[in-house]
Write a new protein. Sequence first.
Length: 342
Amino acid sequence: MKNLRFAIFGTGFWSRYQLAAWREVKGATCVALYNRTRAKAEGLGREFGVNAIYDDPAELLRREKLDFVDIITDVASHAPLTQLAAKSGVPVICQKPMATSLREAESMVRFCADRHVPFFVHENFRWQTPIRALDVELKRGAIGKPFRARIDFISGFPVFENQPFLADLEQFILTDVGSHALDVARFLFGEAKSVCCHTQRVHKNIKGEDVATVMLEMVNGMTVTVNLAYAGNALEREAFPETLIFVEGENGSAELVPGCELRVTTRAGTQSQKVPPPSFSWADPRYAVVHSSIVPCHKNLLRALQGRGPAETTAADNLRTVRLVFAAYQSAASGRTVPIKN
Ligand code: 89V
């Protein structure tokens, strides 16, 4: 199996974990780092033994022989950096959210497709251990045919302390966590045919919405509600950064509850299993369930880059998630339900 050489574009808060997670995956080596502020890239390079440091992405692409780039920059630079790499014929992995608008995401996908450049989105929530365990139970028919589900990411965690740029986003929770949660909805329950959404802002010192309530009518007939909040309030069940999910089926119900516990209830009673993420020394324990999911996400993308099978989160697939995010904004602004063309 060929060992792939890659570069990371962007060396902010998230890159350290992404780079550490790449080390868990055999078959890919980071050979270069780019960051606008060179000193930041040098710091990460020293920590991880990466010596080729650039503050110009075009120069990096000219000089380094790469099999792919992993883009972990702010969302506004995803499109130009993706296009830059694709022009050099270098496959791209781009962090979620893919783009600042649906139109921009569509043009990125088209740009790469026209050049036959593989393009993937790093979307890791669907790879979390509890969510995979829930999927297994649903697929084996543990609760019969599901008819309704609730996906909750409701937290008072001071997320702006680690990621201050989030406070400046005009569109915040739906693009940040909503991208993840709506992708989880698609992963578990398939495509949506309409979206209805209401948003609120509770924090006074941020630009975007920090609360969103989304109702999806699914193609399979299910109703899925997605409740998102980073309101900074105190909660009895503070579960950051776990996604709590409750699914009602014709024969029972299944629930992911705080503490990575999966509870399945049928007429025979309730069965509980602990579904904790694998532990990695480099993961921040406060983010364990998310950080650990970076590893299987990388593995799945690498498999595709090595031509060993399809990836789940191709950019073309992720466009469907992006469509839901922006349909939610459209619904919140208009007060109307927005139909989704599949
Ligand atoms: O993965 C993310 O998008 C982070 C979170 C804190 C949710 O893990 O913002």
